[in-house]
Design a protein around this ligand. Sequence first.
Ligand code: ARG
Length: 566
Amino acid sequence: MKDFKLEVAKSIHSQTTDLSLEDIISLIEIPPNKEMGDYAFPCFRFAKVFRKAPNLIAQELASKIEKVGCIENVEPLGGYVNFFINKKALAESVIKEVLEKEDRYGSSDIGEGKSVIVEFSSPNIAKPFHIGHIRSTVIGSSIEKIYKFCGYNTISINHLGDYGTQFGKLIVAFKKWGSEEEVKNNPIPTLLKLYIQFHDEVEKDPSLEDEGRMWFKKLEDGDEEATRLWQWFRDVSLDEFNRVYDMLNIKFDSYAGESFYSDKMPRVLDMMEEKNILKESKGAQIVDLEEYGMPPALIRKSDGSTLYITRDITAAIYRKEHYDFYKNIYVVASQQNLHFQQWFKIIELMGFEWAKDCVHVPFGLVSLEEGTIATRKGRVVFLEDVLNKAIQTTKDIIKEKNPNLENIDEVAKQVGIGAVVFQELSNNRIKDYTFSWDRTLNFDGETGPYVQYTHVRTCSLLRKANEEVNCDIDFSLLTDEDSINVITVLSGFSKAVLDAMRKNEPHIIARYVVDLAQAFNKFYHDNAIIVEDKELRKARLALVKATKQTIKNGLALLGVASPERM
Ligand code: ARG
């Protein structure tokens, strides 16, 4: 795309030697409303230099700048110089770029192929996904897509919670009360039930606790039976999780979970020993973090067993050695803020300068409207149930709206799942929010279905027109207010993508596609598109096609499909 901001900056630069081109670019602002132009340059910085009021400087500067190329008009207003961009040039450059780049519109190569690890989802084996894992999955997967779109080489890791004393307990519970049949038929709920049963029984018989510990020790020592059962629990759980990942169209490059690091921890403990950061405390080993305003981190228990945090430290070192990451991102609920602060500090104390490249991307809690989702014991939500309910409800809505739709099952899946995913991404990730079906599946609100429906609208216009749509058009026919509105939003896509990447905030793209859909729908309601006049029709169809492409690219970054009919 033609860089209009750069053109404006150059025109200012030609009139002053006091600022570099880069400085000018960084000073240029977007005015709050269109009457004030497309770009504004504040003159306050010069006031001291020239000993003149900013508004006088603005007047002088505005009178000197030539109205050539993409600059249609220049006007002083207070201490600002406002620039008006030639609308035809804008329309031409934006639409040409979208239609030429297609699926790559909005992408960049600023990542230069550097490796970024995005760790997300990371559920615990033998337990259902809880609502926090859903958020992590959806946000993390989108973040990974965004980095990839910006030219990074991404590696997605599912740090499965597949290790720890709870597996000793589960083995005991299974051996005492479990049936192989039942686990096979209904793996996660059955394993969860056994785990809960273990905790109920422990109240009556505390010796079970020791038995659990013993079985975990056996597992750590590679005992055949313990390993076989653990592996089986892991396999059946992963099969369940994969069903959900398939529905969401999510794949991981690595499923190296906590157990993967069990044999790598001794070396890391030695390294910590060497750096002299471990302290003895009642037979256990800790890192004292008082100096940094944090409670001590327990690294190794008195019985020699390691902890969650020990595995995280080990995993990070392994990842650096194995992937040589540029950034190592963790998409994990904000409840674990302290955990990440603690171990990032420990990595730093161990002397790893790359500690600064580890990033915790936290998110807030979701609560559920009473009675919205079937919750079973312990307020556990089965993600699959949520998705299936969304699909079913969507199917009912579509049946009513468009009874003759051919592949209704496929579309209901795309829209139902898209609605849930979009809802997750339509708030700042850090904000807590309440999940509501009405809001999620509303076709008119600022929702996934609304954006998808706008995409469908563009598809149906292009189908109806049934003619070739390209850039060989008269761009001056797209300079009316509605068209320019859409074009201005279209032109901001790359910036939204970069913003979302820098802030690890997919919400920015969700917001962007809603804005685009709204601008387009206003254009659509106020203007006939398939008109008699051939030139006008061709121009408007090009705008429709560019909108279709950009919505599709935006939704793809969120992990939401763009059906052609619904
Ligand atoms: N399995 C953990 C949980 O469910 C989340 C893991 C987060 N990732 C990490 N590297 N600690 O709470």
